[in-house]
Design a protein around this ligand. Structure first.
Ligand SMILES: CC(C)(COP(=O)(O)OP(=O)(O)OC[C@H]1O[C@@H](n2cnc3c(N)ncnc32)[C@H](O)[C@@H]1OP(=O)(O)O)[C@@H](O)C(=O)NCCC(=O)NCCS
Length: 169
């Protein structure tokens, strides 16, 4: 049975974090691994809200660090679902950083993550589609479809490599 499509607005998620000393690298800037964890966390929440079942991160195929985020800055992360297939959801996360003293904000990071919904046995499970109620949503869906095609090509190659490794061990 096909699931009822849902609006991307139902799963839109915005989270803010303050960069503390424990989050920084040797340059007093936010450690990349920490930001990846936060981004994955935001995107996971979007995925859960969209499909309301178990999900796992399938791939993080783009993560652009455009500018460093310094100690004491306020990190703002916004996640939304762009595109779905039968069992997957592409989530986009945009990150900006705000100087806590001046309020000046800068766009720092963009990421696209793909989540696969799973049932109780860990098998891929159908997800709702997205309600196409405006041109922006349609444009994002179509761009997501293009990225998905490229992602599947890469996945094919990676799976081949994994098979060769597994056969040798
Ligand atoms: C993701 C996972 C459930 C897919 O299982 P699978 O048996 O390979 O799934 P299938 O080949 O039947 O593919 C199911 C769907 O997921 C997509 N998919 C599979 N692996 C993917 C990946 N790594 N990245 C993106 N999409 C993926 C397929 O294209 C397919 O899409 P569809 O909805 O258009 O049919 C499985 O590979 C897994 O458990 N991976 C580990 C996940 C994990 O540990 N994440 C980190 C912690 S959350």
């Amino acid at each position: 049975m096909e699931l009822e499509p849902k609006s991307w607005r139902d799963s839109y998620t915005q989270i803010e974090r303050l960069v503390l000393p424990a989050d920084t690298n040797v340059f007093n800037a936010l450690y990349g691994g920490r930001l990846m964890e936060w981004v994955d966390n935001v995107a996971s929440i979007v995925a859960f809200k969209h499909c309301r079942q178990g999900t796992v991160t399938g791939s993080i195929d783009s993560l652009f660090f455009l500018a460093p985020i310094h100690l004491g800055y306020i990190v703002n992360m916004k996640g939304r679902v762009n595109y779905t297939t039968k069992t997957t959801m592409e989530i986009e996360v945009d990150v900006s950083a705000q100087d806590a003293m001046t309020g000046k904000e800068r766009f720092t990071t963009k990421a696209y993550l793909t989540y696969v919904a799973i049932d109780v046995d860990g098998k891929p499970s159908p997800v709702p589609g997205i309600v196409m109620d405006d041109d922006d949503t349609k444009g994002r869906f179509s761009a997501g479809e293009q990225r998905s095609l490229r992602r599947l090509e890469l996945l094919k190659d990676v799976k081949k490599e994994a098979q060769i490794f597994d056969d040798m061990h």
